[in-house]
Write a protein that binds this ligand. Structure first.
Ligand SMILES: [Fe+2]
Length: 189
């Protein structure tokens, strides 16, 4: 009897992950056992390939304010699709301990970054424009405001992942040391 050495099974190394669809992103988020890192979320959203058809159930605009459509939420993360008419924008806020990543699906997004000084209050730091396909991350404790500029003349659709899910946010006013609390509106009307 001879002892045969089993040939090693040749398993190809996965060098780059497959781009995720929207359903794939939901699957990835639901598989988490801990809060996903900012870099991981960034990679998922940056490489994702999401069809308009898949996004369909989460598209809807309303007058007066942007509309938040939740795609999924668990203990560790949540994903939302936000639909903005020209001129819609968030309050100036931070994420109160969550980190998050935004991908511009369609349209143009303006992001304004602020700094908070205990004595002087809130001040402008920088502004930047993000267009279709671009991804931007915000770590703790970034203070920012997102919006679809009035002058864009087009609707804006953005996809957001936050970890952990957003709770009550802190909001700020330029030139003021005052901090308020704000709960994002998730009502579907
Ligand atoms: Fe934000």
């Amino acid at each position: 009897m001879s002892t045969q050495v089993e040939p090693e099974i040749d398993t190809p190394k996965v060098t780059s992950a497959q781009p995720l669809s929207l359903a794939g992103l939901v699957g990835a988020l639901n598989a988490q056992q801990v809060r996903p890192e900012l870099e991981q979320i960034y990679e998922w959203l940056k490489s994702a390939e999401i069809s308009r058809e898949e996004l369909g159930p989460y598209l809807g605009f309303k007058e007066g304010n942007y509309w938040r459509h939740r795609v999924c939420r668990n203990e560790f993360a949540e994903m939302l699709v936000l639909c903005w008419r020209p001129g819609h924008r968030t309050p100036i806020h931070d994420h109160n301990g969550s980190h998050g990543v935004v991908r511009v699906y369609d349209g143009v997004m303006w992001e304004t970054i602020f700094v908070f000084d205990e004595e002087k209050g809130l001040g402008y730091k920088s502004g930047r424009e993000r267009s279709r396909g671009e991804v931007t991350g915000s770590d703790v404790p970034d203070i920012h405001q997102l919006g679809n500029p009035e002058v864009s003349g087009q609707d804006l659709i953005t996809i957001h992942i936050y970890a952990p899910p957003l709770g009550v946010l802190k909001t700020y006013k330029v030139g003021s040391p005052e901090i308020d609390l704000y709960t994002p509106d998730d009502s579907q009307s």
